[in-house]
Design a binder for this molecule. Structure first.
Ligand SMILES: C[S@@+](CC[C@H](N)C(=O)[O-])C[C@H]1O[C@@H](n2cnc3c(N)ncnc32)[C@H](O)[C@@H]1O
Length: 252
């Protein structure tokens, strides 16, 4: 479902999905607030550039730090195809070693999406991304939701795994789990607050999308995106989402 959307006054045609619509809405509000500025953006664990490339297309200067050379190669190709190679820098490195990779207090917007649940220790990563932000700069952080993982496993008949996940302090389901941890809104807020960031907004991403039969999700994509957006900020729906998106700021 391609739609014309605006990022800080720049029109783009983009496909909004339950995975991306709520996050883009939050980012668009920040970019609108700073319309006319060329922002310095850092995407930690930015992978193949699903967010980095559209941000560069909107005129911003984006550095992607990622541990995977393959992901960075795909990012570089994607940026070249979009004609924004000069505004996207790919840096191979570890999120918790950002200090040596990017200048401190030099970034307007940091993205850290789907990374804190896989790194060895999330606290130094969050401290590093907070240190990279200028005072007044913003962080967009996406983490795996804990409640959705418990419900999802139970609904698929894996009651033992659901029970293990619910009981585990980190919200992981043993050594075969692909994620090391999952979050609820309070836990994720505490992590960002401990690094000196002020959490301004929390949204649920994919409140419903993973629960619906494919025929419904595929058959009514626009209605699903609208419903996801309507429920995203409203507990208890928010707290049952597959992912939680936190928008935070380094105090000015
Ligand atoms: C699930 S992907 C998310 C990609 C992108 N942020 C997105 O939301 O589409 C996780 C990314 O984090 C990267 N990654 C994992 N651990 C990392 C670390 N310690 N430092 C930097 N990047 C890391 C992986 O290589 C991968 O590209």
């Amino acid at each position: 479902m391609a739609r014309v959307t605006r990022l800080g006054g720049v029109e783009q045609t983009r496909t909004l999905t339950p995975r991306t619509a709520v996050i883009w809405a939050v980012l668009a509000a920040e970019l609108d607030r700073r319309a006319g500025e060329r922002l310095t953006v850092l995407d930690v664990g930015g992978g193949t550039g699903g967010f980095a490339v559209p941000l560069a297309e909107a005129g911003h200067q984006v550095t992607v730090v990622d541990a995977s050379p393959d992901a960075l190669a795909a990012l570089t190709r994607r940026a070249a195809e979009a004609g924004v190679a000069d505004r996207v820098r790919a840096v191979q490195g570890d999120g918790d070693a950002l200090g040596g990779l990017v200048e401190p207090a030099a970034v307007d917007l940091v993205l850290c999406h789907s990374v804190l649940e896989v790194v060895d220790d999330p606290a130094p990563v969050v401290a590093a991304l907070a240190a990279a932000l200028r005072p007044g700069g913003a962080a967009s952080v996406l983490v795996a939701g804990r409640a959705a993982a418990v419900l999802g496993r139970a609904m698929n008949g894996h009651l033992d795994t659901a029970a293990a996940l619910a009981a585990d302090p980190a919200g992981a389901a043993g050594p075969r789990d692909t994620l090391r941890r999952r979050y609820d809104a309070d836990g994720a807020t505490a992590l960002l607050t401990a690094a000196g960031l002020t959490v301004e907004e929390i949204h649920g991403v994919r409140v419903l999308a993973d629960l619906l039969p494919a025929a419904v999700a595929d058959g009514q994509p626009a209605a699903l995106v609208e419903l996801e957006r309507a429920l995203a900020a409203r507990p208890p729906y928010r707290d049952l989402a597959a992912q939680l998106h936190l928008f935070a700021r380094r105090p000015a």
